[in-house]
Write a protein that binds this ligand. Structure first.
Ligand code: GRF
Length: 222
């Protein structure tokens, strides 16, 4: 597939960027995206180095240099739109977004969240799952809407919670799955097989998703 047919994408990060790395690795392979920029709200994070190593332009827009959330998000829109992305992916971007920002990218912004939404929105999801005595945990990819971690779900992956797990071991197990389902959802979108209708309904291959696709390792989902 030539670059002309690749989906232009901008990724927003705040940290280590292992999900970003999975997308970069996909793009080096056959994931039909062109990562036009990686933008971080924090300087000196490992995710920026990952992008630089892959030859992807990086930008830092430090939220600490803005007086309020509105002015930051407006500047972020202007920066992102320099790259004219067809899709914005939040890849560990640890910021609450203003409604105006979310509306600007309606239907073309994804987030990945480390829980089986609607369970455990917000932070510390792994500890929450342990505290609740869950035996199944996982990750979700969803379209971003104004409701924090509440947008329409696309795909989920489950992992078992094992005896002796702590938040760290559980986070690692979930991350391995995140690295599979985020590129998968991006692939569907890039192939124009996935879209969000105005009523909030997600469609995959022209079928309304009644529930998120459940990713099962070993089972080929194309
Ligand atoms: C992931 O667990 C993601 O689900 C959450 O933040 C973490 C980011 O990890 N939103 P990384 O920066 O991609 O390694």
């Amino acid at each position: 597939m030539s670059d002309n047919h690749k989906l232009p994408l901008v990724a927003l990060i705040s940290g280590g960027g292992t999900n970003l790395q999975a997308i970069i690795d996909g793009a080096v392979g056959d994931l039909p995206v062109e990562i036009r920029a990686v933008i971080s709200n924090r300087p000196d994070v490992l995710g920026l180095t990952r992008a630089e190593n892959a030859g992807i332009p990086t930008r830092v827009l430090n939220h600490k240099t803005f007086p309020d959330r509105e002015s930051y998000d407006q500047a972020l829109i202007e920066l992102i739109d320099e790259y004219q992305p067809g899709l914005v992916v939040l890849a560990g971007f640890m910021r609450i977004l203003t409604p105006g920002f979310v509306r600007h990218y309606a239907g073309r912004m994804f987030n990945i969240h480390p829980s089986l939404l609607p369970k455990f929105r917000g932070l510390h999801t792994h500890q929450q799952a342990l505290d609740e005595g869950e035996t199944l945990h996982g990750a979700s990819v969803h379209f971003v809407t104004e409701e924090l971690d509440g947008g329409p779900l696309i795909v989920q992956a489950q992992v078992p919670v094992r005896d002796g797990d702590d938040a760290g071991t559980l986070a690692n197990r979930v991350l391995q799955r995140e690295h599979l389902i985020y590129p998968l959802a991006i692939r569907w979108f890039a192939q124009q097989r996935l879209h969000l209708a105005g009523n909030g309904q997600v469609y995959l291959d022209n079928q309304p998703l009644q529930q998120p696709v459940l990713f099962t390792p070993g089972q080929e989902i194309v």
